[in-house]
Design a protein around this ligand. Structure first.
Ligand SMILES: *Cc1c(COP(=O)(O)O)cnc(C)c1O
Length: 407
């Protein structure tokens, strides 16, 4: 008699983005012909850089010739790409070895799958608000109790608010797995070295492991913010870093990412080397490697030309962010983030609830934003605006907010 994994039934109903889609569709059906402007979902919109396209084509070409054809590659990734990623860290003053790099099909799957190499009874701590994957994957894995009022029993929520600059304090109690994301989605805020150091110190003291999501690292323009947690001394003993080509190179649909599992990483019952070999074992068993065509593209993202071309696209999105920030501030709204990350985190006016404001924004300005409460209880009273989008649509949306939103 088969039984389902009933942890799925614990997941709080109505994932954020389907609910946004539902309300947007209902609005469009009632208001035929009205143009809806989308600043909701964080999805890249600009074409890939020329040298990356060339490399992807080369990847295809290689498959056309018996002399260069390849079938299954290493589960851990193409040796050239693993080395290029390691060198990319060296360029930032962080020494990572190629066999600490695991190429993957993206940061979302890695951040969801990584917890499988840790014990069932680990206590999980997350930033609040956070990218929903960290919480949901641990609910599915059975590490939580029941959901109540937007939180799960058994998880430690670390509030990020105006008072603490949207970066949490270390937990007062003992936790085992700590999920951090910087620059943060949704708050658009980057952590300083001092802030990260407190977590590294905490983790080393408590033999906890930090899962550090740095998917937006390349959006940091201010050198005061670390682009990798390994810039903090001792982090290789306590942190796994997950990264992606999705936002830095427009690979959201192409699919490519990586995780760094340092050989020095330890846990309560794991000596150096053990966790690296566990993740290796997990990938060999459950993953057959990233696409060879796509890895050719990834390689091109990391050479000088690729980095420069992608930087231009990042600058374009950050130009959008400046336009949004200026427009919303002129409207009298309080805006956070949007300087070292492609997201703006905005306080709702007049203490409105996130969803209440979502409906108002949609009906008055015809602009779709993301309600902050969808990212955790501390997101209540905020909304997220994405800077991903075509410039003309961004301008149109900002103009409409300025003209049509009544506050
Ligand atoms: C977009 C995003 C990712 C990227 O996931 P991929 O699977 O690589 O596309 C990872 N983490 C966060 C916080 C994100 O917003």
């Amino acid at each position: 008699m088969a039984k389902i994994n009933s942890n799925y039934d614990k997941l709080a109903a109505g994932y954020l983005f389907p609910e946004i889609a539902k309300r947007t569709k209902a609005f469009q059906e009632k208001n035929q012909g009205v143009e809806v402007l989308r600043l909701g979902i964080g999805n890249t919109t600009e074409p890939l850089a020329p040298s990356i396209i060339k490399a992807l084509k080369l990847g295809v070409e290689k498959l056309s010739d018996v002399k260069t054809y390849t079938g299954y590659g290493d589960e851990q990734g193409d040796t050239r790409l693993r080395k290029a990623i390691a060198d990319f860290y060296t360029g930032r003053g962080v020494s990572i070895e190629a066999d600490e790099v695991f190429v993957s099909d993206g940061a979302k799957p890695d951040s969801a799958n990584i917890s499988s190499i840790f014990s069932q009874d680990c206590v999980v701590a997350v930033q609040d608000p956070a990218y929903p994957v960290y919480v949901d994957s641990n609910v599915i894995a059975g590490r939580s109790g029941k959901a109540k009022d937007g939180t799960y029993a058994g998880f430690v929520y670390m509030p990020c608010n105006e008072k603490n600059g949207f970066f949490p304090e270390v937990p007062k109690q003992k936790v085992d797995l700590i999920y951090l994301c910087s620059p943060n989605n949704p708050t658009g805020t980057a952590a300083t070295k001092e802030q990260l150091k407190k977590f590294v110190d905490y983790a080393r003291k408590n033999k906890a492991v930090i899962i550090f999501d740095s998917a937006y690292a390349t959006f940091i323009s201010d050198p005061k913010f670390p682009r990798s947690i390994y810039e903090v001394e001792g982090a290789k003993e306590c942190a796994i870093e997950i990264n992606s080509f999705s936002k830095s190179a427009g690979f959201t649909g192409v699919r490519l990412g990586w995780s760094i599992v340092p050989k020095n990483l330890v846990a309560e019952d794991a000596a150096p080397g053990k966790i690296n070999s566990l993740w290796n074992r997990r990938q060999i068993t459950m993953f057959n490697g990233a696409s060879n065509i796509v890895q050719e593209g990834g390689l091109a993202c990391l050479n000088e030309q690729g980095l420069a071309e992608n930087q231009k696209i990042i600058d374009y999105y950050m130009g959008n962010a400046r336009i949004i920030k200026k427009g919303l501030e002129e409207k009298g709204l309080k805006v956070f983030g949007g300087v070292n990350a492609p997201y703006l985190w905005v306080k709702t006016p007049n203490k409105m609830k996130s969803w209440e404001f979502f409906d108002k924004m949609l009906s008055e300005a015809h602009v779709v934003v993301t309600p902050g409460s969808g990212f955790g209880p501390s997101g209540e009273g905020y909304f997220r605006v994405t800077a991903f989008g075509h410039r003309e649509n961004i301008i149109k949306a900002v103009e409409s907010v300025k003209k049509n939103l009544s506050i």
